[in-house]
Design a protein around this ligand. Sequence first.
Ligand code: F6R
Ligand code: ZN
Length: 190
Amino acid sequence: MLVPEGIVIDGLSGAMAPHTGHYVKRLSDLEHVFRDEETVNATITRGGDAAVYEVVEYRKAESDLFFGTTIIHPGDVSGEFYMTRGHFHQRIDCGEVYYTQSGRGLLLLEDRAGETRTVEMLPGTCAFIPPNWAHRSINTGGDKLVFVWVCNPLAGHDYGTIAEHGMRKLVLREGDGYTLADNPAFQGHS
Ligand code: F6R
Ligand code: ZN
């Protein structure tokens, strides 16, 4: 039986107590995500297989809600900020909410028809991700970017589309901020 529970979330670290799952994505897991694979591989070879982001989950069988935190560490690969893999949901009728707790970032979204949108991720910003929009979060600041997400556990992740084609835009370091650039490797989604 499902029972009510209070989950304590530390908005600075992203820690959740209690939680039901946790994973870490390192540079070696994201080799094909960054445009400069050579630098990713050279960094790993030098022993620098850094943690890029972590996800802490609270998931209960039979619940229609699934939530957790994502923590993206600060950093970049040749000017391309640390970021998540990015995905569409398998179920095209399932959206999501991202509520930023700390740090500074950018939520990059694109639909299948070619439109790109961004939402600034600042503490207190709650981003609405409509169904059928691919979403990737990017840490554009110097501290951890921590956000809480809530979605339907049946939404599922379609990582293949972004893994195969990339996203239309790259988010690159420029001065103290960022700039969006066309991704030369992008070949279109179906
Ligand atoms: C779930 C969701 C987030 C991401 C997390 C890691 O639908 O959008 O929980 O899963 O931020 O990003 P990905 O899954 O793109 O590696
Ligand atoms: Zn999602």
